[in-house]
Design a protein. Structure first.
Length: 179
């Protein structure tokens, strides 16, 4: 097709995925926070954004030194919702005013990326906890990262390595207006 280039042409780099919903498996709860296991992402299947993440690429992405350091120092955090921008600098950094949760552990179970999540003691973290505990809402997490994406029209787009995962944002947190 004229103007489309090679079928294996790189399409993009910054990735903001559609959320994967799951009921949190609450492991700890007090009046300030909850800790729970949940599915963060599913590999090998076409997702809502018409992209496929091979399990091998996800697994390698989770072995990144950045993630290991953040987990070891309790510093891997996620935001309430993806940033609404196309600015790569903003997309690759966390806005500390929007932190809703900490990612305490992350592992693969088959083709699923699993996480032990703890709600942050912040306004967004409190909203997240209340939605899960009091409203019995499913929580949804969505990866924000950087990688090559190659078009494959028969099977959607395929994410190629290396995959740099910045975080997993919570997509069903309430947004708080400040006046």
């Amino acid at each position: 097709m004229k103007g489309r280039g090679n079928m294996n042409e790189t399409l993009g780099f910054i990735l903001q995925e559609q959320a994967v919903e799951s009921k949190p498996d609450i492991k700890f709860k007090n009046d300030k926070l909850i800790r729970f296991n949940t599915v963060l992402q599913e590999g090998d299947e076409l997702n809502r954004n018409n992209r496929r993440y091979p399990t091998k690429i996800l697994s390698e992405g989770l072995q990144d030194a950045y993630i290991k350091e953040r987990i070891a120092t309790d510093g891997w955090v996620g935001e309430c919702g993806h940033p609404i921008t196309t600015d790569p600098a903003r997309l690759s950094n966390i806005d500390h005013t929007r932190i809703s949760h900490l990612i305490k552990k992350c592992w693969m179970e088959g083709s699923k990326v699993m996480g032990l999540i703890e709600t942050a003691v912040t306004p967004h973290g409190t909203d997240m906890m209340n939605l899960a505990v009091h409203n019995k809402m499913k929580l949804a997490f969505s990866m924000r990262g950087f990688s090559k994406v190659v078009e494959n029209t028969a099977n959607g787009s395929i994410v190629k390595g290396p995959l740099k995962i910045f975080t997993y944002d919570c997509e069903f947190c309430c947004y708080i207006k400040t006046f």
